[in-house]
Ligand binder design. Structure first.
Ligand code: UDH
Ligand code: NGS
Length: 369
């Protein structure tokens, strides 16, 4: 309309960025699945969630835009509880988010990781501003709202303490249940594998991808001299190799072998003469070629007391039997990840329907070869 301006923009206070730690969190939550749940109730209790399951805090500028992706088929009962619990938690966490259910069409073998790849693509088509992607099973509810659903400097594993594992991490490399990657972290590993049909292993493959990017990284140094602390660190199995500094670094040493860095260490060497921060006693004349740039990734996790989850108990689904190939497949991630991932993803969209509490993306993803 051409009404005279009411000068709204000068009377309204501009929004401030949301606080790093949201002020309205309540901490530990009571989560149970015995009281009946209905979508009507979820809608009634979350009137500020927009069509398609979208929300943005009204009182501050969110730091990230988060797409929450849920692999799905025939779990309507679980979805009601998930939405019932998560919408209020996410609201308190002051995130801008959208909920996407990636629903596998047909009754062929289920493929969780491929559905999540589809979710990544489709969420970005829906809103290119998403910069964070959280991948959640439909049956996992966080028991503490201090477990912040956002992306971090490093890939995030959220579901560290599930009730079915006695609230402990089942093994050090566990990356299942609920995880989160920024857009660039996701693209760096070529997304998720498309070739894990049926249950198991796809989360381990993703974990392997994150580590494969970390080391080894080969660099070329021009010249260097290192002594003291670095020399004494020696060999460390957790680092995926030997330390860069043994005692004396010369052109030859660098050029001959591969140079290994600590997993998860992001060392940006820009320009000649930089001193690696982990090597305090390096002779400052150490010269590294400017081409060396490391992108190591290491999974980050919340404190085990905060990263607690309840899982809705259920029987094994039909058409999601344990995949007998999973053990050999996870041995080969480093080789397969280059060709199998977001770069090779193929699917056929069947339907996108915007529900009040979520966006439903039904997709045909094929079947095992
Ligand atoms: N999922 C579906 N439908 C399916 C299969 C899987 O929606 O038919 C989704 C859902 O989001 C689920 C996730 O994929 O949370 C992971 O699959 P899962 O729940 O089958 O994996 P989980 O490890 O269970 O939770 C394995 C079977 C456990 C049987 C225990 C019997 N007491
Ligand atoms: C591992 C699976 C993972 C799975 C985890 C927990 O053994 O995919 O167990 O499973 N890896 C392989 O099978 C290679 S659970 O107890 O939740 O059913 O996530």
């Amino acid at each position: 309309s051409t009404k005279p301006s009411t000068n709204q923009s000068t009377t309204e206070k501009p929004l401030q960025p949301c606080q790093e730690t949201p002020p309205g969190l309540v901490g530990r939550l009571l989560i149970e699945f015995s009281s009946p749940m209905s979508m009507e109730r979820v809608q009634r209790e979350n009137p500020d969630v927009r069509q398609g399951g979208k929300y943005s805090p009204p009182d501050c500028l969110p730091r990230q835009k988060v797409a929450i992706l849920i692999p799905f088929r025939h779990r309507e009962h679980h979805l009601k509880y998930w939405l019932h619990y998560l919408h209020p938690i996410l609201r308190r966490q002051k995130v801008a988010y959208g909920i996407y259910i990636i629903n596998q069409f047909g009754e062929d073998t289920f493929n969780r990781a491929k559905l999540l790849n589809v979710g990544f693509m489709e969420a970005l088509k829906d809103d290119e501003e998403y910069d964070c992607f959280i991948f959640s099973d439909v049956d996992l509810i966080p028991m503490d709202d201090r477990n912040l659903y956002r992306c971090y400097e490093q890939p995030r594993h959220f579901a560290v303490g599930m009730d079915k594992f006695g609230f402990r991490l089942p093994y050090a490399g566990y990356f299942g249940g609920v995880s989160g990657l920024s857009k660039s972290q996701f693209l760096k590993i070529n997304g998720f594998p498309n070739e894990y049909w049926g249950w198991g292993g796809e989360d381990d493959d993703i974990f392997n991808r994150l580590n494969a990017i970390a080391s080894p990284w080969t660099g070329v140094a021009v010249w260097g001299h290192c002594h003291g602390a670095c020399g004494t660190l020696g060999h460390d199995t957790d680092l995926g190799g030997a330390w860069l500094c043994s005692s004396w670094l010369g052109t030859a040493l660098f050029n001959q072998g591969q140079v290994y860095f600590a997993r998860g260490l992001t060392l940006e060497v820009s320009g000649l003469g930089s001193v690696p921060p982990w090597c305090p006693h390096t002779d400052p004349t150490l010269l590294l070629a400017p081409s060396i740039s490391l992108n190591g990734m290491k999974v980050s996790r919340p404190d085990i007391r905060i990263g607690r989850y309840r899982m809705i108990k259920h029987e094994r689904d039909k058409h999601n039997e344990p995949n007998p190939q999973r053990f050999t497949k996870i041995q080969n991630t480093k080789m397969t990840m280059k060709r199998d991932g977001i770069s090779s993803l193929q699917y056929r969209l069947v339907e996108i329907s915007r529900q009040p509490m979520y966006t439903n993306i039904t997709v045909e993803i094929g079947r095992p070869p």
